[in-house]
Design a protein around this ligand. Structure first.
Ligand code: CTP
Ligand code: MG
Length: 230
């Protein structure tokens, strides 16, 4: 395939405080990872994607089971690899498994389990259109303040701010080179690619691509999938 997706699922989920690593926590009948893979299956129906799932060591078989359930027709395009201590290390581990012919690499958080296929389509289209890096974004809804030592220093103009989501998409050569150079710990791949000097463009994200981080987020995800599963 020309397009690959790295699904990073190797985090422990400290803030969620569940018994299992976050990506293996159930939302309704299926794990977060499985939900995320269903989104990829919908994208893959026309053009199959190489899918690399990055998991905590010891969770390789659990991830393969999820992949068989969600991506039955493209099992040979799926691989599972152990991640690292940081998200950046986990992405690097996934990148090492990308097939030689792949030209576009997406990086997706398993924790954004309910991301609609349309977001993938917008990101892939923008990379195909020539962008080095692409980030789906949604408007910031809260009023944002700069707070220093407990004092509100200034309001920040919300209209120039956006919240970044995943999947983020990249020209494969750009992402490989940016990762080979990267030293600092970046919070997302777009920041790492921008720091390497490349332009990153924004496309429309989706509220359903929210990241499940806290127990309240998990409750919300449960409520969203419950009607589907009934
Ligand atoms: N991730 C990863 N490897 C890590 C850390 C994070 O693959 N060492 C992945 C997570 O599995 C998740 C995504 O990166 O899908 C976004 O990270 P986050 O939401 O912060 O997940 P966790 O790090 O697991 O959660 P927490 O920060 O609360 O511990
Ligand atoms: Mg984290």
């Amino acid at each position: 395939p020309r397009v690959a997706v790295i699904v990073v699922a190797a985090g422990s989920g400290t803030r969620l405080r569940a018994r299992a690593p976050k990506a293996f926590v159930a939302v309704g009948a299926e794990s977060m990872l499985c939900h995320a893979l269903h989104g990829i299956a919908a994208v893959s129906s026309e053009n199959p994607l190489q899918t690399v799932i990055v998991v905590p060591p010891g969770y390789e078989d659990a991830a393969l089971d999820d992949a068989r359930a969600a991506l039955p027709s493209s099992e040979d395009l799926v691989s599972v690899t152990p991640g690292g201590a940081t998200r950046q290390e986990s992405v690097a581990a996934g990148l090492a498994r990308i097939a030689p012919q792949v030209e576009i690499v997406l990086v997706h958080d398993a924790a954004r389990a309910l991301t609609p296929p349309e977001v993938y389509a917008r990101v892939i289209a923008a990379v195909k259109g020539g962008a080095a890096g692409v980030v789906p974004v949604v408007p910031v809804v809260d009023t944002i303040k700069r707070v220093e030592a407990g004092r509100v220093v200034a309001a920040v103009d919300r209209s120039v701010l956006s919240a970044a989501q995943t999947p983020q998409g990249f020209d494969r050569a750009v992402l490989d080179a940016a990762y080979a150079e990267a030293s600092d710990d970046f919070t997302d791949d777009a920041a790492l690619v921008a720091a390497a000097g490349h332009d990153v463009v924004a496309v429309e994200g989706d509220p359903m691509a929210f990241k499940i981080t806290t127990p309240a987020d998990l409750d919300r995800a449960h409520a969203l999938v419950a009607p589907r599963e009934r």
